[in-house]
Ligand binder design. Structure first.
Ligand code: AHR
Length: 500
């Protein structure tokens, strides 16, 4: 739990880390990702085909696999998004030249030739060492179709679906635990009411068979608390393991603003939307607590991130945007929020992995760059499956005009070897923030740190300057007994490591 004291004109930044009081584990799945058949995420991103000159394994780029493994990618959601509720998985199996082509209705109206299908995705997950999260089609699909997909990928028995899988060259089932039952059922997934969707969910979920299925209900759009309440009230707990939530850091859906040449006003409003995640997970969790006090059902934030206008000259349906220090800060504050709510938030998927929205990787033919967001995910991976250390934070404000936001955000954890990690952000673009942290725990002796920072919020990695922004050693921290003094420069994300 994070106790925040901001907005009360705090004169100093302080934090107290209470070690040894908590048993909550920060699920590694909070650090999961999302790959949709959208723009250049799959085709031209992950997948270039096995005849490409770009080094690949069964068509999947080797450089991307290496980069994502280094970052640590615990789970990957596929094939959508909105695309999921138009996707018929049987179109994407069997010989590639026999697969039908469809029109990608949601994303640019382009031809989808189904050359990347179930086998391609699940084999890619094995290469990445990541757990697949398949999003089922309930918008335009059927109960039988989803039940068959579960059988096709997971069953070891002899039955029509597992036999078909074997005919298509895969003897052993894959290990697929995470299943989405539709996507954004309130919108592109079928424009349903929560009452109608809850009943549909029960029907689909009943016919999905398997030992360790983790079935995720399509969740609320941001602050639609009635949606969560209806799902929790209507769906019996033995049919559901997770309830989703989608929230994007967006200024105004009709006027999103540029990804790079934004003003401070646009920056402030983006960060306000990102920090709203704290209120969202608090309130959705409180509703879930009423029906599930033992917290068996996870809150799964399976779409989050910054959403801006597409880059000039690119297809508006491809959602391609550059990625700046603003995105690094969105990632830093949001992951701190998820860590601090790890008792209920047990999965989250950044939208999206490559070339779409707040991507961790951008590609241009054979070139590939790691975005500032990638570096934050890589720096923060020390929290994966570590024990949460609750923090009491008092922070100064970042003031813009008549408004203010908390300048500093923080979360902390201790890993299995007893090493503590503290992740901090300073979103104030003008002022450094000094913070005194009291670590109420057995003595730590050794302190190291890494920082991602830059002079301006608008800085980014380009294909000509791919390493402009990357983490470096952080020296502005000192440890004396249980007191840690840290000076966070403006626009910074820092991860400290404390060893005994
Ligand atoms: O991530 C892009 C789109 O945003 C997804 O397809 C949809 O679920 C959401 O509206």
């Amino acid at each position: 739990m994070l106790l925040l004291a901001f907005g009360a004109n705090a004169q100093q930044n302080t934090a107290v880390i209470r070690a040894g009081q908590n048993k909550t584990v920060i699920s590694k799945y909070i650090y999961s990702h999302f790959a949709e058949h959208l723009g250049r995420c799959i085709y031209g991103g992950f997948y270039v085909g096995d005849t490409s000159k770009i080094p690949n394994t069964a068509g999947v780029r080797n450089d991307i696999v290496a980069a994502l493994k280094k970052m640590k990618i615990p789970s990957l959601r596929w094939p959508g998004g909105c695309f999921a509720d138009t996707y018929h998985w049987k179109d994407g199996i069997g010989p590639k030249d026999k697969r039908p082509s469809i029109v990608n209705k949601w994303w640019g109206g382009v031809t989808e030739d189904n050359s990347f299908g179930t086998h391609d995705f699940l084999n890619m997950c094995e290469l990445l060492n990541t757990d697949p999260y398949l999003a089922g089609n309930i918008g335009s699909g059927t109960v039988q179709e989803l039940a068959d997909w579960v059988q096709y990928v997971s069953s070891d028995n002899k039955n029509p679906m597992s036999n078909l899988r074997r005919e298509n060259g895969r003897d052993k089932p894959w290990d697929v635990r995470f299943w989405g039952v539709g996507n954004e059922a309130w919108g592109c997934g079928g424009n349903m009411t929560p009452e109608y969707y809850a009943n549909e969910f029960k029907k689909y979920s009943t016919f999905m068979t398997g030992d360790k299925l983790f079935r995720i209900a399509s969740g609320a759009n941001s602050a639609d608390y009635h949606w969560t309440e209806t799902l929790m009230k209507t769906i019996p707990s033995h049919l559901v393991e997770g309830v989703a939530l989608h929230h994007y850091s967006v200024i105004d859906w009709n006027k999103k603003g540029p990804a790079v040449k934004f003003t401070e006003d646009q920056y402030f409003r983006t960060m306000k939307s990102a920090l709203f995640m704290e209120e969202l997970v608090t309130k959705h969790s409180a509703i879930m607590d009423k029906y599930d006090p033992q917290k068996k059902i996870a809150l799964v934030v399976d779409e989050w991130g910054g959403w801006y206008d597409v880059e000039e000259g690119t297809n508006p349906g491809f959602l391609f945007q550059q990625n700046t220090m603003r995105d690094a800060l969105i990632a830093g504050v949001t992951l701190n929020i998820f860590n601090n709510h790890a008792d209920r938030v047990r999965m989250a998927n950044l939208a999206q992995a490559i070339n779409v929205l707040q991507a961790v990787i951008l590609t241009d033919k054979e070139k590939m760059i790691l975005t500032p967001t990638y570096h934050v995910l890589e720096m923060y991976n020390v929290h994966q499956d570590a024990t949460l250390l609750p923090v009491e934070l008092t922070t100064k404000d970042y003031v813009f005009g008549n408004e203010k936001l908390p300048a500093v955000s923080v979360s902390a954890s201790a890993d299995k070897a007893g090493v503590a990690h503290i992740s901090l952000t300073n979103i104030d673009p003008k002022n450094a923030q000094e913070i005194e942290i009291t670590v109420d725990a057995s003595a730590y002796k050794n302190l190291t740190g890494r920082i991602l920072t830059s002079k301006t919020l608008q800085d980014y990695n380009s294909f000509s300057t791919p390493d402009k922004l990357k983490p470096v050693a952080f020296k502005e921290a000192s440890l004396k007994g249980s007191k840690l003094k840290v000076k966070l420069p403006p626009i910074s994300v820092v991860v400290l490591e404390l060893k005994k």
